[in-house]
Design a protein. Sequence first.
Lengths: 114, 113
Amino acid sequence: DQQVKQNSPSLSVQEGRISILNCDYTNSMFDYFLWYKKYPAEGPTFLISISSIKDKNEDGRFTVFLNKSAKHLSLHIVPSQPGDSAVYFCAAPLRNSGNTPLVFGKGTRLSVIA
Amino acid sequence: NAGVTQTPKFQVLKTGQSMTLQCAQDMNHEYMSWYRQDPGMGLRLIHYSVGAGITDQGEVPNGYNVSRSTTEDFPLRLLSAAPSQTSVYFCASSARMGGAEQYFGPGTRLTVT
């Protein structure tokens, strides 16, 4: 059973507009979340993270929002650029303590149209 | 500083053949892991290691073996390849677990016929 869910396999956005990528999780014990970006034929690269003690974290054009009561987080990209076209993965530590790997969602493919 | 390197980039195997996917990192990271990426399935954890001599199973470990004799290297072995193991394999490392940023290698695309 997937603990991190990205229910939209793809998203298409016009250049300059906002891109909103969504992620839901089932484990209320998760306390840290990460977004990774992946281009074709490359490995994923870290984009931005958020701790559960915050509800927002911003880094340039990228902002992640966390709604703990809804077990939902979203990644906002403003303004969207063609170079943002990639697959975006949401991830969380599998367990809340100790040595634990990350569990990833299935990813959302973002296409930014010029 | 090469980061995480993986070899080979591409490999074609016949069913039943064995091979080892190599992964090395030069960042002195304790934690290393192997993932496979399949269409519509995202990244699924195969095996991981929290340090030299310590490994554990992830979500999809069947058909794969790992060992961690040094901090730098974390090879993934397929003892008897099956078509279901056709996938893109990624190795990752991080300085600590529990949510630290992971650094991924470029991937190995494996086809089993």
